[in-house]
Design a protein around this ligand. Structure first.
Ligand code: CO
Length: 208
């Protein structure tokens, strides 16, 4: 696809929006009031809005390699702070995806330069769940399970932040763990037991 095509697409998109609602962009420019914060992978196949079937203004989006929330990542921490404490989103979604190359890379022994510290966060997830993961014989199934466990651990990282702890105490904000199956297009709710995880970790991580 060439660049000209993209600007052509943009003109067509504007025309389509205005055909349905003449005030579409006037209203869009008034501000945003999204109910969701979506944290997902940068993978080009996992487009947040399209797979959720939502419109501009519905979801505040943060994407990086393998949907990670390291506690020292200023960008991730700023996104969570702004979404939770200023936009007052009601839900935070961490959405991983099967066949994630970031997760796959962390399962292999390789020196990937600047990617090493980032991927090490996924290796830490593997270490935390080593017994379960090593008991899975099929490499593909183990890979898929690591994707799920990584989502779970990133939900835990989200809960460790003071903004989320405060929003949970004050207005019962919800944290969800999802996986997108690139193979079928299906969005899967991992049904992470938020209250149980909270009970397990708050003894150590409570700061509010
Ligand atoms: Co990925």
């Amino acid at each position: 696809m060439d660049i000209e095509q993209i600007f052509g697409n943009n003109q067509q998109w504007i025309a389509e929006k205005l055909l349905i609602d003449k005030a579409y962009f006037k209203n869009l420019s008034k501000g945003q009031n999204p109910e969701f914060l979506y944290i997902g992978c940068s993978d080009s196949r996992v487009t947040a809005e399209e797979l959720m079937g939502v419109q501009p203004g519905d979801v505040f989006v943060y994407r990086n390699i393998a949907n990670m929330i390291p506690n020292t990542d200023l960008s991730a921490m700023s996104v969570i702070n702004y979404a939770v404490s200023h936009l007052k989103v009601k839900h935070i979604v961490v959405c991983g995806h099967y066949y994630c190359s970031g997760v796959k890379a962390a399962m292999h022994s390789a020196n990937l330069g600047i990617l090493n510290p980032w991927l090490r966060n996924i290796r830490d997830v593997y270490r935390l769940h080593k017994l379960e993961l090593n008991s899975i014989k099929s490499i593909e199934k183990r890979y898929k399970r690591l994707v799920e466990l990584n989502v779970q651990e990133q939900c835990v990282n989200v809960i460790k932040t003071p903004d989320v702890q405060k929003a949970y105490r004050d207005r019962k904000i919800k944290v969800h763990g999802w996986v997108f199956d690139v193979h079928s297009g299906k969005l899967i709710d991992l049904k992470i037991d938020f209250d149980k995880i909270l009970g397990d970790i708050m003894e150590i991580y409570r700061i509010i």
